[in-house]
Design a protein around this ligand. Sequence first.
Ligand code: AMP
Length: 441
Amino acid sequence: MPGIDASANDQRPTTMLKAVRGTRDLLPPETALWNFVEAAVRDVFRAYNFHEIRTPIFEETQLFSRAVGEETDVVSKEMYTWEDRTRAESEKGQSLTLRPENTAGVVRAYIEHKLWDRGLNKLYYIGPQFRRERPQKGRYRQFYQIGAEMLGPATAGSESPARDAEILELLATLLDRLGIENWTLELNSIGCANDRAKYNEALRKALEPVAAKMCADCQRRAVTNPLRVFDCKVPEDQPIIEELPRISQYLDEPCRKHFEQVQEILNAVGVAVHVNDRLVRGLDYYTRTAFEFTHGALGAQNAILGGGRYDGLSEMLGGPSAPGIGFAIGEDRLVLALKENAEAVQPKPDVYIAPLGAGMDREAARLARELRRHDLIAELGDETFRLKKSFEVASKLGARFILIVGENEVKAGAFALKNLESGEQVSVARAELARKIQAGH
Ligand code: AMP
């Protein structure tokens, strides 16, 4: 391949290759926790009538610069972007980007496939996202999000505060169901485009005399997109930011009412809310409701999920009006929060099949095939193992039973089955094996 010098590689045969910084391998038994989370999440989505969508991992760069916003950290600093080296003339030099988030892709798909024909769309996704952030505990360059979007024409009720409340109540249910305790729902309204224009103006004015004392990013934001000043993490800037006007003072009557109604429904269903009028969220497409759920045990990266309403996003991407609301949960952080208090959920083998002596691999394979068809988890040994070794391997794996498959057993059609927890050993006819192992649960 052009650009790759194979001989140079050959000269360094001992160089150990590692996963790229900010990416990681998810290994068992932790993957069992990931599967547990995803299965629970799918169950909850089902109860709320959400359906899965899978969009591509990479998209045209302009999808993100238009939707997420040029001035956001995500677009200005963190995207993995490249110029495609395709041969097709029409696509030459096309700028592509690994998705840093999935809402833009879902709304692009909504427009491309005219999903408004279905009324209100309730879609969810589970998958990797990519941001070139400084890695630390709970922050990765390839991370996973579980997200949902509810969008459609206003005539389908998509603008209603009842939808915001439904999404937030779903999230509370989901976290409770996973056994995540001590979460806080931080809620704010960042108004509509009109409010935002007035608020931006007020922010710009308030920033004018103080911007010079702030970090370089804030000095730029003060001019280009003052709202983004709230994303600033520089400690010296915080006292200045604390004094800035709040969006809550600039909401118009319909936005104020919408926000109130969201809170009233949440109150009625018993979901506790912490109103935080500094919460503006790091992506440009949000309108009205903005929220985050935080979790105490996660340290600095304590936002377990974030989301909000994005009533103008479809139009920004060339589609029809499609008010909507959605969220993205950081699955890595969800698993991290669970690891603190959850038992390992990795299933253990029901039975370890120990072939004993030459020719027994064949018999063991036949038995494994039969038992696995009965939904049992079977692990296969090897005919070269001595019995002592088979016992050692079986107990290391945490198998419940060991099944001895020797020449005598095969001839007799009955096998020695030992319960490794109780130590009880019985001889079981072939036809009875599956039932006997199942009964031992
Ligand atoms: P955002 O798309 O920025 O609203 O993020 C939604 C959620 O995704 C956050 O609350 C985090 O839980 C998670 N998240 C965002 N960026 C990262 C990252 N670099 N590593 C791990 N999780 C992340």
